[in-house]
Design a protein around this ligand. Structure first.
Ligand SMILES: Cc1ncc(C[n+]2csc(CCOP(=O)(O)OP(=O)(O)O)c2C)c(N)n1
Length: 621
């Protein structure tokens, strides 16, 4: 059997294949994706669902002159394979390898870097406007999922782009799923739309009939073609998308390659903003993913034959510990509500959603709305806990200020995936939350390192700490815990010899790195004490006092340095006029590319080796 994938390097190579060969190519691409993701981890189900759509897009359009903007970008593996990166594909998500998301730095075929949801329509519209101003021909195509369409930014884009009369196409890739079941009125609306027959077919049919009527037929069709809106409203009731200025065509079977090619060829000829509704199956072509697409949305290494996760991928996670602790508290307190923005499983809220369905709210991929919604709940005396990944909470900064802090209401933010997340790379690292919370008045931030600390901090956040409280914790499992280290609930701990002249100050899971660094430094004859912050805002006064007794203080932070906790600690320390020693802060200065968490920490100089190197070179006793 010939290997068709061997013949493809760039999209232009697709033009030489027959439709049957293209269908075979889709099968080969699927196997390649499954094999690679089983080794590297990554987004499997969404990528399997978008194979035919991507092949059809690259067959019909001429990228990179025509530009394709992928929403979230977690479905762009086929796109990468077809755009000159087939041979590098086995390096995806690995240090120095391909990014798991479209990335403008990686390829001219990646029109817009993505990772966060609902940006594609706005970005594609901006690209289209720029190209129109520059007199460049060609199409701009946004591909957005039904989940991403729950994000407000998508509507802001639609609202604006509908008035644009040029070659602008939005493809709604509707697989009836977000990461898990999609929620809200839009999901219901799309379900309703899916039951309608495809419009483009009807259009071709009407066109064929008109053209057969001699003399008046073709002119009549032309007139009708010019009056598409009228024709469409005769055939259908108008759709939401049409009301926003788009021509709506669909729904189409997103795995029927010949039809997709025909639809896209047709779409190419229509000089008006279009919305093509394509229905796909998440996980298509891999039985385990088809049966359980949510579980195969994002995966670690797995066995292709059994669909089972590799053993190193299991173990208790912070998210689950948080979810269980919240259930225990909610059992006793009927004011507690849990909120997620489409990340029920990822944030550990699955059990809460089953046990307290009335007090569980999935907002869809709508972090801004989730924060303001929490503000509303809190204004009526409820106790909302918004569980959200650090990186996605960046969206809610204004809402935290305007709709929670200024309201003087109590909302708890359970900030998951705080710090380096690893393989998802620069769009997903949780390196900004400590700094942005630090700017907001009346906010308390806890950064536990161990599970027992997380449980205590959550309790304190709800019952002992006034105002807004963020409890932030990393992705994955607990780090190594030194023998004898006990959690004291004071907001900070001291570990090591109190009379050591040098202190390592840190918070969160870097404490474990600091413990190893301390041991290594001891072997080199350098005594250090670790001051471990658990409450990073406001800074515990006693922790500052302890640091002020030292000759040298080294602050290590798994977050941005500019405006971060370290800089704040440093200035508070120097404000103590008695401090005569040095203080050096080491945080993150740039976006952090994909690699394992340990590789990232190593590259940033934030692992034990980096701490040892820094202290040994920056401080001479
Ligand atoms: C702002 C933001 N919040 C949350 C996420 C996490 N996330 C990644 S994909 C996804 C679901 C997207 O659903 P859809 O657009 O339908 O694509 P599908 O996964 O079904 O292919 C979510 C919630 C994100 N990427 N960005």
């Amino acid at each position: 059997m010939s290997n068709l994938l061997d013949r493809i390097q760039f999209p232009a190579d697709l033009k030489d294949l027959t439709v049957k060969e293209l269908q075979e190519l889709c099968t080969e691409i699927r196997s390649y994706i499954i094999r690679t993701v089983s080794h590297n981890g990554g987004h499997l189900a969404s990528n399997l669902g978008s194979v035919e759509l991507t092949v059809a897009l690259h067959r019909v359009f001429g990228s990179p002159d025509d530009q394709i903007v992928w929403d979230v970008g977690h479905q762009a593996y086929t796109h990468k394979i077809l755009t000159g990166r087939k041979d590098q594909f086995p390096t995806i998500r690995m240090q120095g390898g391909l990014s798991g998301f479209p990335n403008r730095q990686e390829s001219k075929w990646d029109a817009f870097t993505a990772g966060h949801s609902s940006t594609s329509i706005s970005a594609a519209f901006g690209i289209a406007e720029a190209r129109a101003l520059q007199g460049k021909p060609g199409h701009v195509i946004a591909v957005i999922g039904d989940g991403a369409l729950t994000g407000g930014l998508a509507y802001e884009g639609l609202n604006n782009a509908g008035r644009f009369g040029k070659n602008f196409i939005v493809i709604l890739n509707d697989n009836k799923m977000s990461i898990s079941r999609n929620v809200g009125a839009m999901a219901r609306y799309l379900a309703h739309m899916r039951t309608k027959p495809g419009y483009l077919k009807v259009k071709s049919h009407v066109e064929a009939v008109m053209n057969r009527i001699p003399v008046i037929g073709p002119p009549l069709w032309k007139t009708l073609h010019g009056l598409k809106a009228v024709l469409r409203s005769l055939l259908y009731n108008s759709t939401l998308f049409e009301d926003m200025g788009f021509y709506y065509y669909g729904p189409y079977d997103g795995h029927d390659l010949p039809q997709l090619i025909e639809v896209l060829e047709n779409a190419k000829t229509i000089d008006h903003p279009l919305l093509l509704h394509v229905v796909t199956e998440k996980g298509k072509g891999y039985s385990f993913a088809e049966k359980n697409p949510g579980a195969f949305h994002g995966v670690s290494q797995f066995n292709v034959q059994t669909g089972e996760a590799a053993s190193n991928a299991v173990g208790e996670k912070y998210s689950n510990v948080f979810g269980k602790a919240l259930c225990t508290l909610a059992e006793e307190d009927s004011r507690i509500c849990a909120i997620t923005a489409a990340m029920k499983t990822g944030t550990g809220l699955e059990t809460f959603s089953q046990r307290f369905p009335k007090r569980f709210f999935d907002t869809g991929i709508a972090e801004e709305h989730a924060v303001t919604f929490a503000g509303g709940l809190a204004s009526q005396g409820m106790l909302p806990v918004f569980a959200v990944y650090s990186t996605f909470l960046q969206r809610g900064y204004d809402q935290i200020i305007h709709d929670v802090a200024i309201q003087r209401v109590k909302v708890v933010f359970a900030v998951d995936r705080a710090g380096i997340v690893g393989e998802d790379g620069e769009t997903h690292q949780g390196i900004f939350d400590a700094a942005f919370f630090n700017t907001i008045p009346n906010v308390t931030v806890y950064s536990p390192c161990y599970f027992d600390e997380l449980i205590t901090d959550l309790h304190q956040a709800l019952y002992e700490t006034p105002g807004i409280v963020a409890v932030r914790y990393p992705r994955g499992t607990e780090p190594f815990r030194p023998v004898g280290f006990l959690h004291n609930g004071n907001g900070f701990s001291r570990y090591g010899a109190a009379d050591a002249p040098c202190a390592i100050v840190t918070y969160g899971r870097l404490f474990a790195q600091a413990c190893s660094a301390r041991q290594k430094l001891q072997q080199m004859g350098i005594e250090t004490e670790i001051i471990k912050l658990e409450r990073i805002k406001p800074l515990p006064e006693e922790a500052l006092q302890a640091a002020a007794e030292k000759q040298a203080v080294f602050f290590f932070e798994e977050g941005v340095q500019q405006g971060g906790i370290g800089e704040h600690f440093e200035s508070a320390l120097y404000e103590k006029k008695t401090y005569r020693g040095i203080c050096r802060v080491h945080g993150i200065h740039d976006f952090v590319s994909h690699a394992t968490v340990n590789q990232c920490l190593h590259a940033l100089g934030l692992d034990a080796d980096g701490m040892v190197r820094t202290i040994a070179t920056e401080w001479k006793i």
